[in-house]
Ligand binder design. Sequence first.
Ligand code: HEC
Length: 130
Amino acid sequence: MKKLFVSILFVSLIAACGGGSAEKKADESAPAVAKTEDLSSNPDYQKGLEITAKSDCFTCHKIEEKNIGPAWRDVANKYGGSDTAVNYLANKIKNGGSGVWGQVPMAAHPNLSDDDLKTVARYVLLLKNK
Ligand code: HEC
């Protein structure tokens, strides 16, 4: 019985390792991941993460995938490089609205300060990979 348990454990370990390396492979082929790691020393990135984690953003958003709201990577790719993007996005996060990514409205965030809104907008734009 003990032997059986050990071999089951062994088999599931192999399965776990297999899964892990498949994941790693996907990461290596995605330059976006490497870029995100480089960002960790950027103050806007750090502060933006803090503010968004405390707020409700991640109920509706993910970085890489569309959720109720668009993936932030897609948002960054759409507006990154535009001079007016920080102000535009800061405003949109403050007031909410719909119609850019679909008909579902983005929630308003009247409680974030103007500084925080701009930091968050810069943080989202940092996620650009194109
Ligand atoms: C209730 C769900 C919800 C929450 C909470 C939410 N969002 Fe959104 N967000 C959306 C939706 C839906 C859209 C797409 C709006 C549109 O199509 O115009 C969106 C769009 C955006 C955009 C792109 C705006 C544009 O015009 O392209 C940004 C940036 C954004 N959200 C940031 C945030 C941040 C930062 C927070 C937290 C402070 C947040 N969101 C919280 C649902 C949400």
